[in-house]
Design a protein around this ligand. Structure first.
Ligand SMILES: [Zn+2]
Length: 69
């Protein structure tokens, strides 16, 4: 079993999601925020590291540019 990654559903970044905090500073348990694109929500894509590499390889050049940091 490889490492499981949390992928941002908006920008497809694998390393920018972190738990979101609400305005009063309390952790919102089911919410995540993406440092890369600013996405906030409870939904994320969970993917094995190997699976994510294949997923990135399958992106077209245009999408690659769109999703790169
Ligand atoms: Zn993002």
């Amino acid at each position: 079993m490889g490492k499981t990654l949390r992928i941002c559903p908006k920008c497809k970044s694998s390393h920018s999601l972190r738990p979101a905090y609400n305005v009063s500073g309390w952790l919102a348990p089911e919410m995540f925020r993406c440092d890369n694109c600013g996405y906030i929500g409870s939904f994320y894509i969970e993917m094995e590291e190997e699976e994510y590499k294949r997923f990135r390889d399958n992106l077209s050049d245009e999408e690659e540019n769109q999703y790169s940091l």
